[in-house]
Design a protein around this ligand. Structure first.
Ligand code: SF4
Ligand code: SF4
Length: 428
């Protein structure tokens, strides 16, 4: 891939030497973590292809769009309303912050005791190894957690960064109105950057486009409730991660094709892990690509991860946008409603998340929950107290893992998950 795309990467101002190191490392990791899995569905071929071209063909596609005058908007959080971006004939991409590779670059500037996701994305901008960052005409941040909020100020020195202010009590009347006004301001910003007006018709089409993507991801998720699950947790997570990068229409079609195959596997009783493998939910901080650490470890010791209560998981696709009218205001109110329901731990109170975890535990017939917190992510860390209480009341064990992207603690995590599985199996 390197020679074919070298000129494109140069034009994007990338550091080719460091980028080469990144690609080598990623290729090896993908081979050992993902490609080594047994009995994968055939339709995973497409997603493997996307990953193999994630810094090549997909970046070419984005830059071909830019050459036609379209804009690429980068985002970090599922609170960035992608419907408004697509309604302005633009594309949104997720700017991953899931790799340890860029953390030392960030630590040369930022405090070390910061969430690795924040350090990772900031490091990718300053070390110029992320072609998605380099292809973004505008970056959209949000005031969800304090670490991100302050780093966006520094990011704005390197790339135009627009910060959406999210209400921290999104369920209140004033929270909803505040968010509606923020959405209007974001719409105006996107119109200014793209030069395109967002009409009701275009916004409706964009809502349908993204709803179809969310529905396909939900279909995939629901299929994982089967016993045995027809796909590994790692592949399920990977597809959710790819959803933030790939072309939306093509991705949706490919997820549905995969689901057709999984439907058949489910009917035939074909799974990846054995039927009696302990079924785990992973709940907590988001897992941006290429963060496959906990899934890989858990599934290597005999568990099957069947659902991610995560922004790279159920929090993204659970609710569609459901307009109650056709006017621009109706459509923006519908976006307001949908996003207000995302149960991020940054918000208070956040009982909707506890309810969702309890419901998912039932739907997926969960044997135990791994509560996953990125180091220094106070919101998810503290909210874990309430989650643990709720699970205890249902008789479900929870294992709390607080980690970063480095591999130094992998053996220790493995030992802890093995002990957790023994507890679960003792109960079964
Ligand atoms: S956890 Fe909260 S801040 Fe992070 S991506 Fe999800 S909604 Fe956004
Ligand atoms: S994982 Fe936690 S600390 Fe990190 S960016 Fe998300 S909400 Fe903030």
């Amino acid at each position: 891939m390197a020679e074919k795309y070298e000129q494109m990467w140069k034009n994007l101002g990338m550091d080719l030497e460091r980028h080469g190191q990144l690609l080598n490392g990623l290729g090896q990791y993908y081979g050992s973590a993902v490609m080594s899995q047994k009995n994968r569905p055939k339709k995973m071929d497409y997603f493997d292809f996307v990953v193999s071209e994630v810094h090549g063909l997909r970046i070419k596609e984005l830059n071909d769009l830019r050459a036609q005058g379209k804009k690429v908007i980068g985002a970090f959080c599922i609170y960035a309303p992608e419907e408004l971006v697509y309604a302005a004939d633009s594309t949104m991409v997720g700017l991953c912050g899931g790799a340890d590779f860029s953390v030392p670059d960030a630590e040369a500037v930022l405090p070390r005791n910061l969430c690795p996701l924040i350090k990772s994305f900031y490091g990718f901008k300053i070390n110029r190894t992320c072609p998605y960052f380099q292809s973004s005409d505008l970056v959209v941040g949000e005031t969800t957690c304090d670490g991100k909020k302050k780093v966006y100020e520094l990011l704005n020195e390197l790339v135009p960064t627009y910060v959406l202010e999210v209400p921290h009590k999104p369920d209140t009347k004033q929270g909803k109105e505040f968010w509606f006004n923020e959405l209007q301001a974001f719409k105006a910003k996107i119109e200014e950057v793209t030069g395109n007006q967002i009409t009701p018709q275009k916004l409706k089409q964009a809502i349908e486009l993204i709803n179809a993507k969310r529905a396909a991801l939900k279909r995939l998720s629901d299929l994982r409730a089967a016993s045995p699950s027809p796909i590994s947790g790692l592949d399920g997570l990977l597809i959710n991660q790819i959803s933030f990068m790939d072309d939306v229409k093509r991705f949706t079609a490919k997820v549905n094709e995969l689901c057709d195959e999984l439907d058949q596997r489910r009917n035939d009783g074909v799974g990846v892990a054995s039927k009696d493998a302990p079924r785990l939910m992973i709940s907590g901080s988001p897992m941006a690509v290429p963060n496959w650490k906990v899934h890989t470890i858990a599934e290597s010791v005999g568990a099957t991860v069947v659902v991610e209560e995560s922004c790279v998981g159920t929090r993204y696709f659970t609710d569609p946008v459901e307009p109650k009218g056709e006017s621009l205001n109706d459509l923006i109110w519908a976006i307001d409603e949908k996003y207000s329901k995302i149960p991020c731990a940054c918000f208070t109170p956040n009982d909707r998340r506890i309810d969702s975890i309890k419901q998912l535990a039932k739907q997926f017939n969960i044997d135990g929950v791994i509560y996953y917190t990125l180091q220094n992510c106070h919101d998810y860390n503290v909210e874990g107290v309430k989650v643990e209480r709720a699970l205890k009341a249902q008789g479900l064990p929870m294992l709390k893992i607080e980690t970063d992207y480095a591999t130094g603690d992998s053996e220790q995590i493995k030992t802890r998950i093995q002990a957790f599985l023994e507890i679960i199996q003792g109960k079964q």
